[in-house]
Design a protein around this ligand. Structure first.
Ligand SMILES: Cc1cc2nc3c(=O)[nH]c(=O)nc-3n(C[C@H](O)[C@H](O)[C@H](O)COP(=O)(O)OP(=O)(O)OC[C@H]3O[C@@H](n4cnc5c(N)ncnc54)[C@H](O)[C@@H]3O)c2cc1C
Length: 449
């Protein structure tokens, strides 16, 4: 087997995969189609561009993302290191300055002596050692090629992006700082826009009445042949207007829940709140948390400006709906991320049905490590299922095929801690963290760095 590797897609998974293989002495060619061919959501030519929320999840060790983050740190992830160096204040979450983060990843990859970057769209799966990490917005021609390779149709479903706004346009005489965990705090990283009951109901009605982008427009935009009305949403990332249509109070119990917050202006708990999180290092841009939407742009302006504190808000980016493409991993992949019918082909990232930035980075890391091991005639690593990465890989490669939907890191994927009953979610989380840490120490003795 040759000592070289082709990685297709310089996103989160592909960049990490390329780095891990290069660090192990493999000569890597990384193909990235941007900036010549663009996707519906990417904006820059940087590798590892973060396209929506700038949060990589909670850092707390008792949370699933905190456990996965620690695994990545212990396994020397380039992208996690860059994220930590470019982080912006976000309470318990690891959020990044998106531009600084992608720029740092790009520089590291560009400067690695074992990596050559080619800015070109790949339309055919090449021979040789290959990792496919082309993500949820894989180009049309390459999607067709993958369909041929796997002998069936991809699954399609739709996620939606939330809008970002300029800080200076938020009315801080009405909005206030504070987080749901630490109550109001002038220095909190979150800004809250409070709504009373009447304002909330007016907002919900405007939202459900507002005009949405028709599936047909979207279909014509991307020429993907999905018939109008056929699109399925991912339950973990529903547009606010769809949540609002489910029940009048659904938003007040969901992304607009006021738990733990007291409005310092009225000294009362608001009926609902809209939260914004800092989106860049200099604090000039804020993202509206959990406000993915597919409303038409004019409707977004109108409806979001009904929120107290956002009455004159200026948008830097509007919400939008996007395609999400993934393969039936349970049928086609081993838990090492190797393609079952071609041993020198691996898949990683969102295209295998892993949801979330951290999970995409983690599967990229594993594919890079495993492909390097295979090239060196070592056995690819099957991650212990007591680690978050192992549990994710196990889930996406053995779950019930009919019900297969993308999966995010979560504690429910991990095997039980033993027979003893452990009281409290936090305590259980911490025990999962310790167990995963011990396992990764053993893994690192095998795979090295
Ligand atoms: C619009 C949108 C919003 C999202 N929001 C979030 C969020 O807020 N939080 C979260 O955790 N996750 C989010 N996700 C899901 C997921 O975590 C991200 O998409 C993540 O970037 C996926 O990582 P990836 O490496 O698999 O793909 P990507 O990061 O998209 O990387 C794939 C790369 O492959 C390139 N490419 C595609 N086709 C070809 C080709 N034929 N030849 C060469 N290059 C090609 C693309 O240009 C891209 O750079 C979102 C996804 C989308 C699409």
């Amino acid at each position: 087997m040759s000592e070289s590797l082709i990685v297709i897609g310089g996103g989160l998974a592909g960049s990490e995969a390329a780095w891990q293989a290069a660090q192990r002495g493999i000569s890597v060619t990384l193909y990235e189609m941007r900036p010549h061919t663009i996707t519906q959501a990417h904006r820059t030519s940087y590798l590892a561009e973060i396209i929506c929320s700038n949060s990589l999840g909670s850092k707390l060790p008792d949370r699933a993302s905190g456990i996965l983050m620690n695994e990545l740190r212990m396994m020397n992830s380039l992208l996690l290191a860059c994220a930590e160096k470019t982080s912006v204040p976000a309470g318990d979450a690891l959020a990044v300055d998106r531009e600084a983060f992608s720029k740092m990843v790009t520089e590291n990859i560009e400067n690695h002596t074992n990596i050559k970057i080619i800015r070109e769209e790949i339309a055919e799966v090449p021979d040789g050692n290959v990792i496919i990490a082309t993500g949820p917005l894989t180009s049309k021609r390459f999607s067709d090629e993958i369909m041929q390779l796997i002998g069936e149709n991809h699954l399609f479903f739709y996620d939606a992006i939330s809008p970002s706004v300029y800080y200076e346009s938020i009315n801080m005489d009405i909005a206030f700082r504070g987080s749901r965990r630490h109550n109001q705090d002038e220095n909190s990283d979150y800004i809250n826009c409070p709504l009373n009951e009447a304002e909330y109901h007016r907002f919900v009605h405007a939202l459900t009445d507002a005009e949405r982008v028709e599936m047909k427009d979207f279909e014509e935009d991307i020429e993907y042949g999905v018939k109008a009305g056929e699109g399925k949403y991912f339950e973990g990332c529903l547009p606010i207007e769809i949540i609002a249509m489910r029940s009048e109070k659904a938003l007040a119990y969901g992304p607009m829940r006021p738990i733990g917050l007291i409005d310092p202006h009225t000294k009362k708990k608001p009926y609902a709140v809209v939260q914004l999180r800092q989106d860049n290092l200099c604090g000039t841009v804020y993202n509206i948390v959990g406000f993915q939407t597919n409303l038409r742009i004019n409707e977004q302006k109108k409806v979001i400006r009904m929120i107290p504190g956002l009455e004159n808000v200026e948008f830097i980016r509007f919400g939008q709906m996007h395609r999400n493409t993934y393969i039936y991993s349970p049928k086609h992949l081993l838990s090492t991320l190797q393609f079952k019918s071609r041993e020198n082909l691996y898949f990683a990232g969102q295209i295998i049905g892993v949801e979330g930035y951290m999970g995409n980075i983690a599967t990229g890391l594993l594919a890079g490590v495993n492909m390097s091991r295979q090239i060196k005639r070592q056995k690819p690593m099957q991650m212990p299922e007591t680690t978050m990465l192992g549990a994710l890989c196990r889930y996406i490669t053995i779950s019930n095929r009919e019900a297969f939907q993308p999966m995010k890191a979560n504690l429910g994927l991990l095997p039980p801690l033993g027979d003893q009953k452990i009281p409290g979610r936090k305590q259980r989380g911490l025990m999962h963290f310790e167990r995963s840490k011990n396992e990764i120490e053993k893994v690192m003795k095998i795979i090295g760095d």
